[in-house]
Design a protein around this ligand. Structure first.
Ligand SMILES: Nc1ncnc2c1ncn2[C@@H]1O[C@H](COP(=O)(O)OP(=O)(O)O)[C@@H](O)[C@H]1O
Ligand SMILES: [Mg+2]
Length: 251
């Protein structure tokens, strides 16, 4: 369980989140929507303890992480896997090394074991054939798959955090990544690992998520399911979801 209690946070006194509270179970499928610069990535950074709130509490499984030391935070971070914004990979490493990196960082596997686990995870994501390629040799969609493989390597996450997992991809490839996100979180709660996907692409969010949170001006201006999202009376959010209505009208 993730719980934000009256969290206020700013960079250099510029407030990004203002008294934000919410609770989320690890098995939930959540999309955090919002325009660019509204604080979506910041929420993920707060969950991982990469930045600390100016006031308020963040509880992970009941433990207040705002007071933990770096080494205690490491255990908290192991509950999550994170796919960074635009799926950044290490440019100088091939796919094998990119994925192996996390096993080396977080496990005591032998090199043989790492090799077989890297192959296993690439196979699961349908990209085994790319094992010897460098990131620059991969399409945008393949890069994103490798980034997801890397985030899953070496940990058994309770929840996956995706930062703009489909941003910058053409619609077909984005759709493909959405299918993968759904597949990785299939299964029944409470056992499945859920996710939080942070995105400004509403059309992709509705393909994967069950709960939608919209952040604007430092607050959660909306929190609800797809039906509530479609029927929202919030004019700003409606403007934001126009993309969605347009996509439906084209069908
Ligand atoms: N490291 C940082 N230092 C100062 N300001 C930052 C930093 N990271 C983000 N910001 C600012 O905080 C706000 C929220 O950023 P972010 O959470 O990245 O937004 P989003 O992911 O929704 O685009 C933006 O105005 C951004 O410019
Ligand atoms: Mg961001």
């Amino acid at each position: 369980m993730i719980e934000f209690r009256n969290v206020t946070f700013g960079y250099n006194n510029k407030i990004v989140l203002n008294d934000v509270s919410f609770r989320a179970h690890f098995h939930e499928k959540i999309a955090i929507l919002g325009g660019s610069g509204e604080g979506k990535t910041t929420i993920l950074r707060l969950i991982l303890g990469l930045v600390r709130p100016d006031s308020g509490k963040i509880l992970i499984d009941g433990q207040d992480i705002t007071r933990l030391t770096e080494s205690e935070l490491r255990d908290i971070r192991m509950k999550f896997s994170i796919v960074f914004q635009e799926g950044a990979l290490f440019d100088s490493m091939n796919v094998r090394e990119n994925v192996a990196f996390c096993f080396r960082e977080y496990s005591n596997y032998s090199e043989d074991e790492i090799e077989s686990r890297v192959r296993e995870i690439l196979k699961r994501l349908g990209i085994e054939g790319a094992i010897d390629l460098m990131p620059e040799e991969l399409s945008g969609g393949m890069q994103r798959r490798v980034a997801i493989a890397r985030s899953l390597a070496g940990c058994n996450p309770k929840m996956v955090l995706y930062d703009e997992a489909t941003t910058g991809l053409d619609p077909l490839t984005a759709d493909n990544i959405c299918s993968l996100i759904r597949e990785l979180s299939s299964g029944e709660p409470p056992d499945r690992a859920g996710f939080i996907i942070v995105t400004h692409k509403v059309t992709d969010a509705v393909k994967v998520a069950e709960r939608f949170m919209y952040i604007r001006n430092g607050i959660i201006a909306f929190d609800g399911d797809i039906i509530a999202l479609r029927n929202t009376g919030d004019m700003e959010l409606r403007r934001f979801t126009e993309e969605l209505h347009m996509a439906e009208n084209c069908l």
